[in-house]
Design a protein around this ligand. Sequence first.
Ligand SMILES: Cc1cc2nc3c(=O)[nH]c(=O)nc-3n(C[C@H](O)[C@H](O)[C@H](O)COP(=O)(O)OP(=O)(O)OC[C@H]3O[C@@H](n4cnc5c(N)ncnc54)[C@H](O)[C@@H]3O)c2cc1C
Length: 444
Amino acid sequence: MSGFVRIIGAGLAGSEAAWQCARRGVLVELFEMRPHVMPPAHHTGDFAELVCSNSFKGTDNARCAGLLKDELKTLGSLVLEAAYAERIPGGTSLIVDRERFSRRITEAITNHPLIDVRRKAVRDLNQLAEPGIPVIVAIGPMTTDEFGDNLAELVGKANLYFFDATSPVLAADSIDRDVVFEASRYGKGGDAGYLNVPLGKEEFIAFHRALLEAEVAPLGHGEEMRLFEGCLPLEEMARRGEDAIRFGPMKPVGLTDPRTGAAPYAVLQLRQEDAMRSAYSIVGFQTRLKYREQERIIRMLPGLENSWFIRHGRMHRNNYIDSPRLLAPTLQMRERLDILFAGQVTGLEGYQAAVMTGLIAGINAARIAGFGSLGDEEHMMNEVPRHTVIGEALRWMSDAGNEDFRPTAPVFGMWKDVPKMRKKERIAWYAKMSKSGIARFNEL
Ligand SMILES: Cc1cc2nc3c(=O)[nH]c(=O)nc-3n(C[C@H](O)[C@H](O)[C@H](O)COP(=O)(O)OP(=O)(O)OC[C@H]3O[C@@H](n4cnc5c(N)ncnc54)[C@H](O)[C@@H]3O)c2cc1C
């Protein structure tokens, strides 16, 4: 194949898209504004930076997140390969050393002879979208105001946004290891990777009360708080009652405190951040509390009295487009088949969904580029088959009947026309259908 593709953004989606184009022999111009212009959740100039947790979720293919990994592997995902190469202990989840992971991807992309990296902020999409050159918009949820306004001319000012928050990261040597113990739930996954802060009943009640009473950082002027249900700030979850957190992120199941030989009343888990174990992030503690309140509340907990914050939690505004009305399941704009979208901006949520959309947008853009001319009906690309995690998620995202469109990670609930059967058989069926569907797409 030959041709030329332009990609805006070298996040998870844009990096994967660039790789997919280049491995098909297509020239890529990849625009990335970092480190010159930094979106609020990023900290480095490296590609595919993980903005919050360092987890790519579970690997068990009986679950949707695990089956998606199988599909991405089969399709030759660069990002997933890097995640496995830089995996660190974390039970059955795919947890990565975030710095080594991003560095590996940055090197692979910058060293590729067909990818030309441009470190600059794109201001005007029209200047890039020349006839014969497909463009992938992979700008993530937080582009510049200038480019956001420019894009609104094309996609309409749908004003779709929601708020998402990050969790604090603590220095490992400030955690009291006489109290905080290492273990993963039910001992799954060998080498643990998790530290556990055990709370008694009184400690938990005091912690819950402190969360309710703590001061939160204000939102922007005139902004209404719309949250992503799958990743609520802990203080918001606390407002739904003690049980919402004690049976949610702080559930004590599958963990025994070696000091008492019993399960604690509640547990706050800390996840290893890097291979050196120099830092730990607090699982489920995404927050918009003011910084000093985060420090006060975390230091109330046993074993964290002297904890030192490497990074505080923060709330960010995320923007996404109205995909059901704008995009086809191929990730092409219905009205402009030479412009494709990928990543969080499509409203498909999470790291894996960003990789997935980047991969499909990359494959399709490379195919369009191979045709050498663009813009008519014939260049609607191939859809990923039904009854695969990717195919169903892309159809859900682009379903014009999807009235109340909100960011969602791929789940089995998106699959349509699933035959009725028992759970065990259904899980086997998902895996079988996914394998054959992705194999067919790979042959196209
Ligand atoms: C605060 C926050 C926390 C999140 N936490 C998690 C989590 O823990 N787990 C999870 O699975 N998902 C999480 N997400 C959701 C999502 O997975 C991430 O946003 C993910 O990074 C999306 O990947 P992406 O490639 O779409 O965007 P990004 O990784 O943000 O990449 C977009 C890239 O485009 C660049 N860019 C933007 N505009 C321009 C321009 N005009 N010109 C040039 N370059 C540009 C940016 O600099 C950036 O590098 C979180 C999102 C946010 C905002």
